[in-house]
Design a protein around this ligand. Structure first.
Ligand SMILES: CC(=O)SCCNC(=O)CCNC(=O)[C@H](O)C(C)(C)COP(=O)(O)OP(=O)(O)OC[C@H]1O[C@@H](n2cnc3c(N)ncnc32)[C@H](O)[C@@H]1OP(=O)(O)O
Ligand SMILES: CC(C)C(=O)C(=O)O
Ligand SMILES: [Mg+2]
Length: 649
């Protein structure tokens, strides 16, 4: 790309994306067109200037707050792009994407997706393969009539395209579908690799060239001035033959030459060389396009290699759905260009008309409608793309989000909330993250209390595969062992060290409990009971030896849904001892009860924790009572002695 082109791209005024987003957040979609489609609180997609990251300004991978303005989308002319840095985005979710096994979409779902694709700002929507069925034709026609006629305030309206084999009836069907759009495009294709020509088409190369030329001419003869031609399996075709057929179709009136790596076999360098060779060897005015399948997981890399070598249209699908291993994913290609197009890389200066804030809503819609789930670690739109579970990463994120995020999630329309840094609490989390999460939940812990909570949290997190939920953290912090559990003198408390139960249909339920006393000594005891919890409680009573204790109440609940949920138990105990009596308002005396809760992934352990906590509270109360009584007796004794002395004097 030339330096002057880049300068042109950078001419537009600088604007802070975050500020624009905030200002625009309360506006409706803002274009001439009224929109009914759910979209995030985000700017109008039809901004005259598209903003993108300036990685060069703030170092490689600078996130959204380093945004600079981009040049506007150039006026649409089928065979050329007046800004040499502009890359058209051709979305084929509704055609190649729908070819994914099991991903059939209804006409109304296709229309909804097409509407969101227009908000996203794709240049071309391939709405279907009209000859495939009357439904497909109807869906394409519907999209052409509606989305293809909704012009936005900056003049943008997506091109609506239909795919056709290189024959009249397919092309007629495509034209019948797309002709209602302001900007209709016919896409026709025929295979050019040796294996496809010989085995599938059973045609000679000369025949294939003739069929292609006839098809393009026929499409143009219908009045369509926007015709895309694809040499199917170009990635495995002889480049010389490709140059020959492409030159012939450009002469016949093709305006876009789409180069498919149909079986996803090319390596980026090879694909880039293929594109560069076409640019060099095929004369005429046309736009080169990439269409990369993902069989080797190289579709994004190959598409970018295409752009680096002169392609100015990229064919992609939302979430990368498509035939077999899918197509180049729109969000990956578009965001790579958005983030790195300003860097002095091979794609220096490249930009698209995509408004990234609609990426996430589009991804979600396509996922929901197609039933094709998005893998959690999928780039840009996966559930984990902006989540951080490792302690070191969480610490970095809490200090500066740019340490581990190259794109702010809001940029793609994924709003995590004001102060959220995507921290997911789990077994790899560290103290910084736990401390921050606890503060956020209203339980600020520091020093030893934080350390103690951290150890408990780690023990629980290790048992779970799905991370530890906020409610589970609250259960942990408000149950036994935390300062939020109540006023227990920890130095004088019993600590539960280990619990082991044997239960089931054979033999008596038996529990072995190990506890550490206030004197720092560990004791072990085994008991049988009516069930594992009863046996455990008997063993605890036996170790603590605080007299006879009655279990007044016992309940157990799952903190969150699912089999892995933390269990929270709540117990109320009553000592069978007169020291712990309290006066009711009636003046009657009643035995005082002590309540506590415990949480763990294991129900028996959670039950034991709650019981130990309640017992500690009871012992603490009785100790205080005894101390107060001793103090009172001491005072009485002193008073009596003083009185005696006074009498003696
Ligand atoms: C790489 C791609 O993604 S290409 C697009 C693939 N997508 C689809 O195929 C989905 C929609 N397809 C369909 O609904 C059907 O295949 C239809 C309606 C298009 C055609 O159905 P049918 O007429 O029953 O043909 P069928 O699919 O069995 O076979 C394809 C025929 O088209 C021929 N053909 C394949 N590609 C082309 C082409 N680009 N141009 C002309 N003819 C072609 C084949 O050689 C075969 O011809 P034959 O019947 O003379 O052997
Ligand atoms: C029809 C063409 C463009 C295609 O989908 C492919 O070759 O993968
Ligand atoms: Mg394809």
């Amino acid at each position: 790309m030339s330096a002057s082109c880049h300068a042109a791209a950078a001419r537009a005024p600088v604007a802070a994306f975050a500020g624009r987003r905030a200002a625009a957040a309360n506006r409706a979609s803002g274009g001439k067109v009224a929109r009914a489609i759910a979209a995030p609180a985000a700017p109008s997609p039809r901004r005259a200037v598209i903003v993108a990251a300036s990685a060069s300004a703030a170092g490689k991978g600078a996130p959204a707050d380093a945004d600079v303005a981009r040049a506007p989308r150039p006026e649409y002319v089928p065979s050329r792009i007046d800004d040499p840095n502009y890359v058209r985005v051709f979305d084929t979710t509704l055609r190649d994407g729908e070819q994914s096994p099991g991903a059939t979409l209804t006409s109304s779902e296709k229309l909804d997706i097409a509407r969101n694709l227009a908000k996203l700002g794709v240049d071309i929507i391939e709405a279907g393969f009209p000859i495939a069925s009357p439904d497909d034709l109807e869906a394409v026609r519907n999209i052409a009539k509606i989305v293809g006629n909704e012009r936005f305030e900056d003049g943008y309206v997506p091109v609506i395209c239909g795919l056709s084999r290189a024959n009249k009836k397919d092309i007629d069907a495509s034209w019948e579908g797309v002709r209602h759009a302001i900007r209709p495009r016919i896409h026709t294709f025929i295979a050019t690799s040796k294996i496809h020509m010989e085995s599938k088409l059973r045609k000679t190369p000369d025949e294939v060239v003739q069929i292609a030329v006839d098809a393009v001419k026929y499409a143009r003869s219908l009045g369509c001035d926007d015709v895309e031609f694809s040499p199917e399996d170009a990635g495995r075709s002889d480049p010389k033959f490709l140059h020959r057929i492409l030159t012939a179709v450009v002469d016949a009136g093709a305006t876009t030459l789409n180069i498919p790596d149909t079986v996803g076999v090319c390596l980026p360098e090879e694909f880039g060389t293929l594109i560069a060779g076409i640019k060099e060897n095929v004369p005429g005015e046309y736009v080169i396009s990439t269409h990369c399948q993902n069989d080797l997981g190289l579709s994004t890399a190959n598409s970018l290699a295409g752009v680096a070598n002169g392609a100015r249209q990229v064919e992609c699908t939302i979430n990368g759905i498509g035939e077999r291993a899918g197509n180049a994913s729109l969000e990956e290609v578009a965001m790579a260009i958005w983030l790195r197009g300003q860097d002095k890389t091979a794609i220096y200066g490249a930009f698209t008309g995509i408004n990234p804030v609609y990426i996430y809503p589009c991804s979600k819609m396509v996922k929901d409608f197609s039933g094709m789930s998005v893998q959690p670690h999928k780039a840009i739109v996966g559930a984990n793309a902006f989540a951080h579970e490792s302690g070191i990463h969480q610490d970095g994120m809490l200090k500066n989000k740019k340490t581990y995020e190259i794109i702010a999630p809001e940029t793609i329309g994924y709003f995590r909330g004001e102060d959220s840094v995507g921290v997911v609490m789990g077994k790899h989390s560290g103290r910084h993250a736990l401390s921050s999460k606890l503060k956020q939940l209203g339980y600020p812990l520091e020093g030893d209390a934080l350390d103690e909570m951290f150890n408990r949290f780690k023990l629980v997190a290790e048992q779970k595969t799905g991370g530890v939920d906020d409610d589970e953290i609250i259960a942990l912090v408000t149950c036994e062992g935390s300062q939020f559990a109540g006023d227990v003198d920890k130095s004088a408390s019993w600590k539960l060290e280990d619990v082991q139960v044997v239960c089931g249909t054979m033999g008596l339920p038996t529990a072995t409990v190990k506890m550490c006393g206030p004197d720092g000594m560990s004791r072990v005891r085994s008991e049988v009971g009516s069930g594992p919890v009863d046996a455990t409680y008997k063993a605890i009573d036996g170790i603590v030896a605080a007299g006879k204790v009655e279990l007044v109440e016992y309940s157990v609940n799952a903190v969150v849904e699912g089999i892995e949920s933390l269990a929270e138990t709540r117990v109320r105990v009553r000592p069978m001892d007169s020291v712990a009596m309290k006066a009711k308002s009636s003046g009657e005396m009643e035995a005082r009860t002590f309540t506590a809760s415990g949480a763990d992934t294991d129900i028996v352990v959670a039950s034991a924790r709650a019981y130990v906590a309640a017992t500690n509270r009871m012992i603490g109360f009785m100790r205080e009572k005894a101390a107060a009584a001793a103090k009172e007796a001491e005072a009485e004794k002193k008073e009596a002695e003083e009185a005696k002395e006074a009498v003696a004097k």
